[in-house]
Design a protein. Sequence first.
Length: 625
Amino acid sequence: MIPNGYLIFEDESFLDSTVAKMNALRKSGQFCDVRLQVCGHELMAHRAVLACCSPYLFEIFNSDLEPHGISHVKFEDLDPEAVEVLLNYAYTAQLKADKELVKEVYSAAKRLKMERVKQICGDYLLSKMDSQNAISYRNFASSMGDSRLLAKIDCYIQEHLLEISEQEDFLKLPRLKLEVMLEDHLTLPSNGKLYSKVISWVQRSLWENGEPLERLMEEVQTLYYSADHKLLDGGLLEGQAEVFGAEDDHIQFVQKKPPRENVHRQLSSSSSGSLSPGSVKQPCKQEWKYIASEKTTNSTYLCLAVLNGILCVIFLHGRSSPQASPSATPCLQKSLSFEAKSLDEEPERLLAPMHYARSGLGTAALNGRLIAAGGYNREECLRTVECYDLKTDSWTFIAPMRTPRARFQMAVLMGQLYVMGGSNGHSDELSCGETYNPSTDEWAQVPELRTNRCNAGAAVCELDGFMYVIGGAESWNCLNSVERYNPENNTWTLTAPMNVARRGAGVGIYAGPKHPMEQLKQWPYYLILVPAQRFSSRVFGKLFVVGGFDGSHALSCVEVYDPARNEWRMLGSMNSARSNAGVAVLGDLIFAVGGFDGNDFLNSMETYDPELDEWSACAEAFTST
């Protein structure tokens, strides 16, 4: 078409063809006039193209004293693969990055001031966010100083705090434990107002009293909520005894600590300045922020907050104060729900604890002993393995696993111990497995699972001699696939999948009349799956479900399924709430080992006697059986 005598033609293929050719020239190094040196890798490009996409590089090129020569730009803190992704985007307008590389691409885009790419990467992370990675995503967004991304992540955390609080990243956060005493006629304010008062108290402790944050977290801090609605230091109750440990089997009387000295330290001229009684100098860059909180019980609160720039968990428990006011002399009161023990009574000896506190561990009975392997605590994912001897009530170490792992499954097959999959705490889920030979005290590798998976179920069927690994999760996605291990030919094969994908399910084998919760097709027996976050153990022809997490707190309750009657009933509760604990059957007893009680990782153990319908953590009760 030629309007007004002008020739107008639009070649729709020209742009795509041109950018493809330019990118090919870049990759071959032709006509390139800029070299990007990224952590020892050299990437060639054309300055005109990069200047159009990166304001950061535009400024560098614009200030180059030799604009016609070859520019050298050096980056020591960027990922070469991420920079290559950005170069491809600059030439093709297509952003393609593996999911594991998205954070590095974001970091490189931030450095090069490529705001559009930052936004796209941030939105991608948001689309992949769930309860397991929310904390790590928030830490990343905070390190990048991205207020938009932080705001969206914080909104997600506010809606899913209880789910997030059970995840590994959350459990590793530093924590502040507060016990707040209340007058009988007072109640704690709403969550937001309550934690603004808590943050103010922490600030006073850090700046007025010279108390480091780490010191505050070493032990439970006792505070007092006064009649004029102020949160005061529990040290005002100087020299007075208090009743503490409302969740213990007996009342403990502990002596109050003396109040903190209100010291205003004079700092040297090289530090941030002096703190005078009249004015407290606050760091200008450290963040103090309340993010989210939940009231888990009538008097217990859980909060996620940023204290002095550190992401922290705050546990707060409110209870009635035994005194009328901080200055009054408190009188000791005994709760009607507890019985005080005689001071002359011999204390009961508890079962020997493990050397390491562990959650997400594997447990099994092997040759009359209890094995506890792997798991994680507040510092790391473990590969150590401990062995419990019933006769001596003692734990000893055996050979450690080759790979640190948690949230995996353990089973005994043909006299050997097998561990499969799980997570090592640093990368995606594992597919590797290993087996332990008790006669040589050595671990050896076994063929990898066909699918990486953690939080899977596992069971050994005596009818066919195979081991089954069921469900679990891969890259946050629940699985319905089932793999079967044949020890004779040392191979894994896929069987019929479940109808429902699931992770964290307990597993038991039942060869009796039909009444399973889930049946796998063409099997000569039935697989019973227990809802996620509960751990099951089949013993004496019944299925026991022990502890777990109900979405708000760790559980101590126990249920049993009787297939003959097709019914569930409640049993006696454990002495400690335990989620992600290890459970195994040894002799005539069920053992619950380790786990997380909502506040601490546990190294303790307790046993269940079906005849007495009782759980006991005492060695005397155990040896009497």
